[in-house]
Design a protein. Structure first.
Length: 331
């Protein structure tokens, strides 16, 4: 009997050691990507702020260096780190690079950068059916949590366990779909969690865009509601997920004139902005997909024709200040 236990113990040690060796080999065999950031990439106490320029080594050719726009460090629903999302303007594509493949360094290469110091963005849970509003609200509160905006403490409780997360999402679903009033759902959830919400003024297109920039530059999530067409648009950029070695769906809901072929509404979360060349873009989290997308800021010129409305969320009792407009990036 004693010999049997010893044998089982040795076998279990062998299995654990083999698994460790395999894990180390898999890690060693994974493609490596070096990301270089400058001091100008910092913002809001992060070493790498949303919408800032980075330089990174190509995963197809390690000698080649690419320039890109940082769209966030994706975080899973349990808060753990996932992919880096990067827009590469010269290739017109968004790439998702596993954070475990990445070595992030300062421009002088002397200092490594911890993942905790990168601006976080939720990796969305895909919505089920026509439930975009509930998932957008849920994602906005995930973003508040990742940004350490605590409210009255209830946000942390809602996201502490799988059970509490499921219960919170169900609660938001019920608040919205019991009367289909998205503002009531936002009001109920913010009241319960100690978060304030504010309607961005629609008095003018330029004024709306200015307010949107102001709040996004502070890292505050903005819920955006708009009318859509009967079919999705195609993004002008492609999307590629390296962990799956696969391209991602390019379809996307965009604001559409509601006087003609509108097919209802959609809701997303705006997270940040950036400028490339002469164009300004907004970083959008759409619960149809798990990773961020980008819109041209000119989409918000459809403010009236597409029934666009927006709410910004922040800590109750505080009043956000007006920072400068987005920093221009490389041409």
């Amino acid at each position: 009997m004693k010999g049997s236990h010893s044998k089982k113990f040795l076998i279990s040690i062998f299995i654990l050691f083999s698994a460790f060796i395999c894990e180390q080999k898999c890690y060693a065999d994974s493609p490596r990507c070096t990301v270089i950031i400058s001091k100008a990439a910092a913002g809001l106490n992060y070493d790498l702020m949303l919408g800032r320029e980075i330089e990174f080594s190509s995963l197809e050719n390690s000698v080649q260096k690419n320039k890109g726009i940082f769209l966030g460090l994706l975080r899973r629903i349990d808060g753990t780190y996932d992919d880096l999302a990067v827009f590469v303007p010269t290739e017109q594509r968004i790439v998702l690079i596993p954070s475990s493949w990445v070595d992030i360094r300062t421009a002088d290469l002397n200092f490594g950068v911890n993942l905790a110091n990168l601006f976080p963005v939720p990796r969305s849970v895909n919505q089920q059916g026509g439930t975009c509003a509930a998932y957008a609200i849920f994602n906005a509160f995930r973003q508040l949590r990742y940004r350490d905006i605590k409210g009255n403490g209830m946000i942390e409780q809602h996201f502490a366990t799988e059970e509490s997360r499921h219960r919170f999402l169900t609660q938001v679903h019920y608040d919205y779909y019991s009367d289909s009033n998205w503002k009531d759902a936002v009001a109920n959830t913010t009241r319960e969690t100690g978060i304030a919400f504010y309607d961005i003024s629609t008095n003018s297109v330029s004024g709306f865009q200015t307010e949107l920039r102001k709040y996004l530059a502070q890292g505050l999530p903005v819920l955006v509601r708009f009318d859509v067409a009967k079919t999705m648009a195609q993004t002008p950029y492609t999307l590629f997920e390296y962990s799956k070695n696969a391209a991602t769906d390019r379809r996307l809901w965009l604001p559409t004139d509601s006087s003609g072929s509108s097919n209802g509404g959609h809701q997303v979360v705006a997270l940040g902005t950036f400028v490339h060349g002469v164009n300004e873009y907004v970083i959008i989290l759409d619960s149809n997909w798990q990773a961020p997308r980008i819109w041209d800021m000119r989409e918000f010129e459809k403010l009236y024709s597409a029934g666009i409305r927006a709410n910004v969320l922040w800590q109750n009792g505080e009043q956000p200040t007006a920072p400068p407009i987005p920093m221009p990036t490389f041409q």
